[in-house]
Design a protein around this ligand. Structure first.
Ligand code: ZN
Length: 324
């Protein structure tokens, strides 16, 4: 796993075992209580409880509130092979404000550091698939390392003006919408319409300090077919501050995606992430009442490491991985 094979694959369709999948989960502590003392108004009974000092309330994707400690995990597995999952890294991450928890990193930052660590030891890693918690600002440093980073696109991003392509009598207004390059048209009833332009290829270049990715796109127009290369990694100009808005000029990796989500290659990579849900669900089910039998984030992490050890041992014992 995580090694180059002789099989020829495109960057948008890496082999299953070259793709890292990850997710964060909130593990329930042994006690659901959040107050040391509770008072029963009916009986007047005062009871004391042990509480998990590290646990907190986190809002999951979908708006559901969960109480516990938050963990991040990344894993890899083989294609169509049961019991082939290897958990590569686990970390306890911050789910409170930086003031309350200055020592741990939040989800996105922690994932970037984790993936960089893994990539150093496993240069065959080609892609990472994650959920919408990973934003453009987190994707940019991983893309610069030469990885394809796939996540679903955040909804509600306004189309961004990219450039005007001029060629002879032609002028084409290019925008970034729906995570890809589109041509803007004004329809007869005066409405704006964005037509996605076909991506011929995701090109990769080894840059001086970081990797570069381009979409080779074509504009099919009556005059001629124009071919353009558009950077999909963060450029030096993107990073410069706009004096008017005091923000980065263009948050390219937020808007423009190496693999647009609503494409066959995107759906394939999205499907790979499901294994993380399965991993965390199996972890929850491994303990009575789906509660981690340890108080505190460190204790819970130790339990989680034990679970990962067992998971990886099963993978190894069933010998799907041949060592060479
Ligand atoms: Zn044209």
């Amino acid at each position: 796993m995580l090694r180059d094979t002789s099989k020829r694959t495109s960057r948008v369709r890496p082999e299953r075992h070259q793709v890292l999948h990850g997710d964060a989960t909130v593990a329930a502590p042994p006690s659901r209580h959040t107050e040391h003392k509770t008072f029963d108004e009916k009986t007047g009974l005062i009871r004391t409880h042990r509480i998990d000092e590290d646990a907190g309330i986190t809002v999951e994707g979908g708006g559901r509130q969960v109480y516990g400690n938050k963990f991040l995990s990344t894993a890899v597995r083989l294609d169509s092979t049961p019991h082939s999952r290897v958990i590569l890294a686990l970390e306890s991450i911050r789910h409170k404000s930086p003031q309350e928890d200055p020592d741990r990193a939040a989800e996105g930052v922690a994932l970037v550091a984790m993936v960089k660590r893994i990539l150093k030891r496993a240069p065959g890693l080609k892609a990472v698939t994650y959920d919408a918690a990973l934003r453009g600002t987190h994707r940019a440093p991983l893309i610069a390392k030469g990885l394809v980073v796939f996540t679903p696109q955040h909804s509600g991003l306004a189309p961004q003006s990219l450039l005007r392509h001029k060629d002879g009598p032609c002028s084409h207004d290019l925008y970034v919408a729906e995570a890809r390059v589109c041509e803007r048209h004004i329809t007869v009833d005066g409405k704006t319409h964005y037509t996605p332009l076909p991506v011929q290829e995701l090109e990769y270049r080894e840059g001086q300090s970081s990797a570069r990715f381009y979409h080779r796109i074509s504009i099919d127009c009556p005059i001629k077919t124009h071919t353009l290369r558009i950077r999909v990694d963060e450029t030096e100009e993107d990073r410069q501050m706009d004096p008017k808005t005091r923000k980065k000029r263009f948050n390219r990796t937020e808007h423009l995606r190496q693999v647009p989500p609503d494409t066959p290659a995107g759906r394939r990579l999205k499907g790979f992430r499901q294994d993380s849900e399965s991993l965390h669900s199996r972890f929850d089910q491994s303990y009575p009442h789906k509660r981690v039998p340890a108080y505190g984030a460190r204790g819970a992490l130790l339990i989680y490491l034990g679970y990962a050890w067992l998971n990886n041992s099963i993978t190894r014992a069933l010998n799907h991985i041949t060592r060479s």
